[in-house]
Ligand binder design. Structure first.
Ligand code: CAA
Length: 246
């Protein structure tokens, strides 16, 4: 496989870390962004102790200005970005009738507007070089909705709308654009759901357990592969069978 340069946003999180490790194991040079320098440095050192080199670049994906700076930071450290994984995401769960404008905006800015903010400064280079891979990490809850997640589900459904439009516009340029929609994976985000609620959700998963981050990273590596060049505009559900839309 050709070694490429990859940016995984939110790479220090549960699913993000697994994606960074997988892409690095395939020989790609991988970077992620951070907002908290001390936390990112600890994360980087931890990966290093496992034999994984990852570049870290400051930058918040939720604003166009900081996202552009972070893209330039990655280009400076590693070179032009061939693979972009829009993975950064947050939750602000609450039922809609109690939701504040801030809880709505924070989630839309970080999960959905970030796709514009980070992809916009990356896409022209990919088009010029005639090769690119862009993958949105969406969610089962963007496909089925979730009680308490009107903001999150809207952002995650929007990510796939972004995927299928970008896929059409960039197909002729050797760029594929796909979505991966994880179900409930055992990360800090899911473990923050109250235990009783989480247990009820886990009971709805036919495979009988929460997912593991690397089970999501596996699919990301699949889409990134050169041989996946005819797959674009897809939305791959990986959720232990909890939601089987088609
Ligand atoms: N369907 C129908 N009714 C529900 C319900 C559901 N799924 N969940 C809760 N309710 C009902 C409750 O039974 C309760 O009804 P009563 O008042 O009649 O008893 C009422 O709604 C209020 O429920 P709560 O007591 O839970 O209300 P709350 O305000 O304390 O909390 C909540 C609401 C924040 C939504 C909480 O239920 C919650 O955290 N739910 C989980 C949300 C979730 O799945 N988040 C995923 C985070 S991880 C992630 O997002 C990653 C990913 O991509 C999968």
């Amino acid at each position: 496989m050709t070694a490429r340069i990859a940016l995984v946003t939110g790479g220090t999180g549960g699913i993000g870390s697994a994606i960074v490790k997988r892409l690095a194991a395939l020989g790609h040079k991988v970077a992620t962004n951070y907002r908290d320098e001390a936390k990112a440095k600890t994360w980087q050192a931890h990966l290093k102790s496992q034999g994984v080199d990852a570049a870290i670049v400051p930058g918040d994906v939720s604003s166009p200005e900081t996202a552009e700076k972070l893209v330039h930071g990655v280009e400076k450290q590693l070179g032009a970005i061939d693979i972009l994984i829009n993975n950064a995401g947050i939750t602000r769960d609450t039922t809609f009738h109690k939701m504040s404008a801030l809880q709505w905006q924070e989630v839309i800015n970080t999960n959905l507007n970030s796709c514009f903010n980070v992809t916009r400064p990356v896409i022209e280079g990919m088009r010029n070089r005639k090769w690119g891979r862009i993958i949105q990490i969406s969610s089962i809850n963007g496909q089925k909705g979730q009680y308490g997640q009107a903001n999150y589900a809207a952002s995650k459904a929007g990510m796939h709308g972004f995927t299928i439009s970008l896929a059409q516009e960039n197909a002729k340029f050797g760029i594929t654009v796909n979505t991966v929609s994880p179900g409930y994976v055992a990360t800090e985000m899911v473990m923050a759901v109250p235990e009783d609620v989480r247990n009820k959700i886990a009971a709805q998963i036919p495979i009988g357990r929460l997912g593991e981050p690397d089970e999501i990273a596996y699919a990301v590596a699949f889409f990134v592969n050169d041989e996946a060049r005819w797959i674009t505009g897809a939305n791959l559900a990986i959720n232990g069978g909890q939601y089987m839309g088609w």
